[in-house]
Design a protein around this ligand. Structure first.
Ligand code: CTP
Length: 399
């Protein structure tokens, strides 16, 4: 459960702050409220006290239980949300003005701050307001931008408070970010992902069913936990995780070279890629004609094992591999752990519908020298979280 300081300022959209508050509570978070004097004209203190079961901050004085209520609330909060934010309060916060309880509390906050502006279209477009938007952003304040539509004053245009669901979702996203442990901060992690393509000729190749979803989910989680991620990716149709350094590759040979290069100066590697085990010995430089050339027999040669190559070079660093199996999962995973020399194998039974290539869930087991831990079937983001938990613990153990 996280803690949100909700600052309501004086506009007609103030009544929507009650729904935002309920949305945050329903998501399991605790909310406390500060009201400006103008906000109180729209929605009374009693409403917010009833919703939060807590005193509402409206004055710096006259509080018998707390001599410094603005500091108490600012220290309590994991995040401050100003909703709705008037042009006046945006201007005051941008300038560091603290002339009432709400703005004094905001000035004392060192937690992340979000603002959901709502005002008349001309007030929104006013150069001063737009300048303040820029200034607030440069101070690190997140803006939940207003919608365009019919405004309470009768004008049509930009300035309508963003939808309640969007404000709740943006606040939850920010909370997830700020309350996430940064246990990989300062670490560089190499993750390889997806299939590889081994050329037979310029138009034909050998590939496999990997979609890259697992590797991309792990990359996303590693970034969320503070890591710098070098994502060596085979051909996939996934959007790059925000913040990842993506190195696109095609063949197993490319992936080997890119993974070894990326591992230089890195702290760990996670090999999720479904690397082709064999590649054509002599890919043709022209499209083979089946009437005159052999396509029924393609001579193959084994590719180099990237996981084994990284493990051989790891020293004190951490290397994690995968084992995609359809039978004898744990026995094969244990054999791969020993043969490839990595620290941990994530064993994945790809014969299961809920764990196969392309699925949004996975049922994995951790196999290491310490033993075997079998997990339930989980959505990929949670699988990624558990894998990164293991990586963080292994790195911590080396420190
Ligand atoms: N792997 C690799 N380089 C290869 C083949 C596999 O780095 N040329 C890695 C995979 O990324 C994975 C682990 O080795 O982390 C196991 O891959 P998997 O396909 O399960 O097994 P293989 O080693 O290919 O053996 P087999 O196909 O016999 O199960």
């Amino acid at each position: 459960m996280s803690r949100v300081a909700l600052v309501v300022t004086g506009g007609i959209a103030a009544y929507k702050a009650c729904e935002v508050l309920r949305g945050l509570q329903k998501a399991g978070h605790e909310v406390r409220v500060a009201l400006t004097a103008d906000a109180e004209r729209f929605v009374g203190k009693a409403t917010f006290e009833a919703l939060t079961h807590h005193a509402v901050l409206t004055s710096l004085y006259d509080n018998p239980d707390d001599a410094i209520p603005h500091i108490t609330l600012s220290e309590w909060a994991d995040i401050a949300l100003v909703c709705p934010a008037t042009a006046n309060v945006m201007a005051k916060v941008a300038a560091g003005i603290a002339d009432d309880a709400a703005t004094t509390m905001l000035l004392a906050c060192d937690c992340p701050m979000l603002m959901a502006p709502a005002m008349n279209v001309r007030m929104w477009r006013n150069a001063a307001t737009q300048e303040n938007v820029g200034r607030l952003r440069s101070h690190g304040v997140g803006l939940i931008m207003p919608d365009t539509g019919l405004l309470a004053c009768g004008d049509v245009g930009e300035g309508k408070l963003a939808p309640v669901d969007d404000i709740v979702a943006a606040t939850l996203d920010e909370l997830a970010r700020v309350t996430c442990p940064q246990d990989l901060a300062g670490r560089t992690v190499v993750i390889n992902a997806g299939p590889t393509r081994e050329a037979i000729d310029p138009v034909r190749f050998i590939a496999n069913a990997s979609t890259g979803k697992m590797g991309y989910a792990i990359a996303t989680e590693a970034i969320r936990r503070g890591a710098h991620v070098r994502l060596v990716s085979g051909p996939v149709s996934l959007a790059a995780p925000q913040g990842a350094e993506v190195i696109d590759v095609v063949s197993a040979a490319d992936m080997l070279e890119a993974s070894l290069g990326a591992f230089e100066g890195a702290d760990a590697a996670i090999c999720t890629a479904a690397v082709a085990d064999y590649t054509p010995v002599r890919p043709a430089d022209h499209k083979l004609k089946k009437s005159v050339e052999r396509l029924d027999v393609i001579e193959l040669v084994e590719t180099e094992d990237i996981l084994a190559a990284l493990s051989a070079r790891k020293g004190e660093r951490v290397v994690i591999g995968f084992a995609a199996e359809t039978n004898d999962l744990i026995a094969y995973a244990q054999a791969k752990l020993a043969k490839k020399g990595c620290d941990l194998i994530v064993a994945n039974d790809v014969s299961r519908k809920d764990s196969t290539f392309g699925a949004d869930t996975s049922k994995i087991s951790f196999v290491s020298a310490e033993g075997v831990e079998e997990l339930d079937t989980l959505p990929l983001p949670q699988v990624a979280e558990r894998i990164i938990d293991r990586l963080a613990a292994l790195l911590e153990g080396r420190a």
